[in-house]
Design a protein around this ligand. Structure first.
Ligand code: NAP
Ligand code: MG
Length: 415
């Protein structure tokens, strides 16, 4: 599949102009999709259980709020923006009974379709629009007249209009202002899981912990170790975000850049790459999904225990104490992290009960190499110079300390 970006001109809003759209969930993604679609002139209702703490917030924005069942009964387009682990139960109780021939069922992450936890009937269109950013950005960029890039995919096209309707949806949330890229449910799900495990969440946090432990074991002050391997990470990541590895390396000192080249490949070596390939294999053959499904079915004992242990790590305690003194930083704490209970970070146990097991088919998808590993943890800034290489796309700028962006606890997909 060649990557083509689709923009506003490629997406006809008319395809959903008369559609009745139900947004299920009003969390990170749900609030952004509902408000953006409404402001784009689409007919939106929000489906939330009577007990949901978000009902008032949605009503406060002038949205129609009803139960998921009522919303699905009214709607011919249903977007599922609830936590992935509860989607199958929600599908069976509220969505499936009201699905009619020609309806469009949508997701923002392909997990439940890819691993066949949800198997919609043949007469229904099934697609996804997955913003590559958290919901608060989907909303704030839209309000600012821009958008967040999205992936979209059509899993099932019963009406012949699935693709047009999906692009119209992406346009309604502002995605086609920034550009949307076509993918498949398999590719979106597998790359998303791989990215969060190998690099974004698993890889980075393990790299940080190992760096911290190495320094502290060698007798250096934990506070200093924290600054070197965790605090400064934000600066480095922001540089990479703005101008790739080249701009990051251009912005740090030559010593840091040299250390990156000679030491990075030793930290992430062939063994690590082999491990990454093995993670990807577990994702694609369904091993990881089955483990996570079983873990949920058992009430998440290992998940909760590990979260508890991780929240008690020395680097977390040292970091919390330091951040509490950085008034400019907007320090965040995890809800309930004092006791590190299972209710922390928005995962009430009730939502997890009864997640069924499923056998996952092997993926037919074959895709290229894993993403480049993170490399180096250099400190220090260098003075401004013109960008020497034509390959560096960004303008020549001095090292800038970017303003802090709101940090959100990682929930659901990482996108
Ligand atoms: P979230 O912030 O945890 O919000 C979930 C929402 O669903 C909450 O409003 C919750 O109600 C509601 N909810 C829970 N159970 C429900 C039920 N049975 N019926 C109706 N509503 C229910 O979730 P999210 O992060 O937006 O994730 C939603 C989907 O988007 C997931 O598929 C995720 O993989 C995908 N996604 C997320 C991101 C991201 O950055 N977060 C990016 C791309 C894709 P309460 O408000 O009462 O808790
Ligand atoms: Mg993700």
């Amino acid at each position: 599949m060649t990557a083509r970006m689709y923009y506003d001109a490629d997406a006809d809003a008319e395809a959903l102009r008369t559609a009745r759209i139900a947004i299920l969930g009003y969390g990170s993604q749900g609030h952004a999709h509902a408000l953006n679609l409404r402001d784009s002139g689409y007919d939106v209702r929000v489906g939330l259980p009577e007990s949901s703490r978000s009902r008032d917030a949605a009503r406060g924005e002038g949205l129609r709020v009803m139960t998921p069942e009522q919303a699905c009964a009214e709607a011919d387009v249903v977007m599922v923006l609830t936590p992935d682990t509860g989607q199958r139960a929600l599908y069976e109780s509220a969505i499936a009974p009201h699905l009619q021939r020609g309806d469009l069922l949508m997701f923002a992450h392909g997990f439940n379709i890819r691993f066949e936890l949800i198997q919609p009937p043949a007469g229904v269109d099934v697609s996804l629009v997955a913003p590559k950013g958290p919901g608060h950005l989907v909303r704030s960029t839209y309000v600012a007249g821009q958008g967040v890039p999205c992936l979209f995919a059509v899993h099932q096209d019963a009406t012949g209009a699935a693709r047009a309707r999906t692009l119209a949806y992406a346009r309604g949330i502002g995605g086609t202002r920034a550009g949307v890229l076509e993918t498949t449910f398999a590719e979106e799900t597998e790359t998303d899981l791989f990215g969060e495990q190998a690099v974004l969440c698993g890889g980075i946090s393990s790299l940080v912990k190992a760096g911290f432990d190495t320094l502290v074991e060698a007798g250096y002050q934990p506070e200093l170790a924290y600054f070197e391997v965790m605090h400064e990470l934000k600066l480095i990541v922001d540089l990479m975000y703005q101008g790739g590895l080249s701009y990051m390396r251009y912005s740090v000192s030559d010593t840091a850049e040299y250390g990156d080249y000679v030491s990075g490949p030793k930290v992430v070596d062939e063994r690590t790459r082999e491990t990454m390939r093995s993670l990807l294999s577990d994702i694609r053959d369904g091993t990881f999904a089955q483990r996570w499904i079983d873990e949920n079915a058992a009430g998440r004992p290992n998940f909760v225990e590990t979260r508890d242990e991780e929240q008690r790590l020395p680097i977390e305690q040292v970091g919390a104490a330091l951040r509490a003194k950085m008034s400019w930083l907007g320090a965040k704490t995890v809800p309930g992290s004092g006791s590190a209970g299972p209710a922390a970070a928005g995962t009430p146990p009730g939502r997890l009960a009864g997640l069924p097991t499923a056998s996952a088919p092997p993926s037919p998808l074959s895709r290229g190499a894993p993403p480049a590993p993170p490399s180096g943890l250099p400190p220090a800034a260098s003075p401004a110079e013109p960008v020497p290489s034509a390959a560096a796309a960004g303008p020549a700028e001095p090292l800038q300390v970017p303003t802090a962006s709101p940090a959100e606890p990682v929930r659901g997909g990482t996108s």
